[in-house]
Write a protein that binds this ligand. Structure first.
Ligand SMILES: [Zn+2]
Length: 206
């Protein structure tokens, strides 16, 4: 039900960042991707977009994708169907108000996901639910730059989706790990694309 990668032989990889936009760390991540000429996907929290609208607009202006990560970051499996719908639609509405765009992809907070949430996400909103290959990198727990790199570098492979966080607390380890990883990706000939670009590519090859 959750997509961690797509089948492709092309050297493309999707870096994703959850929980922003954050006034300290989102600009640093955006600067890194601008320097390397890559694109990323930011699964933003609706409330955070309202708080930092200029960062959401900057991400979009620089060619990145914004995805839905709910409005207040609850575990959706704890909510009623109506509350799930509200979380997703208010987030989408906040992002639209700030940026003018309709979000097309979704990542569940805490990967809290079940059949009920899945049917709302796909049937009502039409979002693919996006996972990641490097779940055990756990950058959010500040395990050290080396740990984040080690548990992500093996997944620098064709069609991989990688997860990091640009929001909540001190994300300086993430910034340094991502700096190293995107240079490794570029050295190995990988193009860094958005999740929607990755999905389109797979669809074309089916
Ligand atoms: Zn999150």
């Amino acid at each position: 039900m959750i997509l961690n990668c797509v089948e492709t032989t092309k050297r493309v990889v999707a870096f994703t960042f959850d929980d922003g936009p954050d006034v300290n760390y989102t600009p640093q991540i955006l600067d890194l991707f601008r320097e390397i000429g890559g694109k990323a996907t930011f699964f933003m929290i609706g409330n955070q977009v309202k708080a930092n609208p200029e960062l959401a607009r900057r991400a979009l202006a620089e060619g990145h994708e914004i995805g839905n990560h709910t409005n207040t970051h609850p575990n959706l499996t704890d909510l009623s169907p109506d509350e799930v719908i509200r979380e997703l639609s208010i987030a989408a509405q906040n992002i639209k108000e700030v940026t003018g765009i309709e979000v097309r992809t979704f990542r569940p907070p805490y990967f809290g996901y079940n059949e009920t949430v899945h049917s709302i996400v796909t049937d009502k909103f039409g979002y693919p639910a996006i996972g990641a290959m490097n779940m055990n990198a756990t950058d959010w727990s500040n395990p050290g730059v080396e740990h984040i790199v080690e548990h992500s570098v093996d997944h620098l492979s064709a069609g991989s989706i990688l997860i990091f966080h640009d929001g909540w607390g001190d994300r300086s380890q993430t910034v340094e790990a991502v700096r190293q990883l995107i240079h490794m990706a570029a050295d190995r000939g990988y193009q860094m694309v958005t999740v929607s670009e990755l999905l389109q590519l797979a669809a074309c090859e089916v």
